[in-house]
Ligand binder design. Structure first.
Ligand SMILES: [Zn+2]
Length: 83
């Protein structure tokens, strides 16, 4: 029998020293480039379990950009907009 380790600790929070784990947050708005974007609800981010601080790395930022583009393309498709 294998014990599944889900949501392992990534690193210690720089704010409070708590455990930072991958976590999903509904309706989270993140500063992105020169503006703010609503993070898709299905997108998981490194988040402190104790104080709720969210850590965004460059890699995650690129993935977020990708996720947002995919979402936009889906919306355009649903509206029947071709470009
Ligand atoms: Zn913290």
């Amino acid at each position: 029998m294998t014990k599944k380790k889900n949501n392992p600790k990534l690193f210690a929070c720089g704010q409070c020293g708590g455990d930072v784990v991958m976590s999903k947050k509904t309706g989270h708005v993140e500063s992105f480039r020169s503006g703010k974007v609503k993070v898709p609800d299905s997108f998981s981010m490194p988040k402190c379990k104790k104080c709720g601080e969210i850590y965004f790395s460059g890699d995650r930022e690129a993935e977020l950009a990708h996720a947002i583009i995919e979402k936009l393309l889906k919306i355009l498709n649903e509206k029947g907009i071709r470009y």
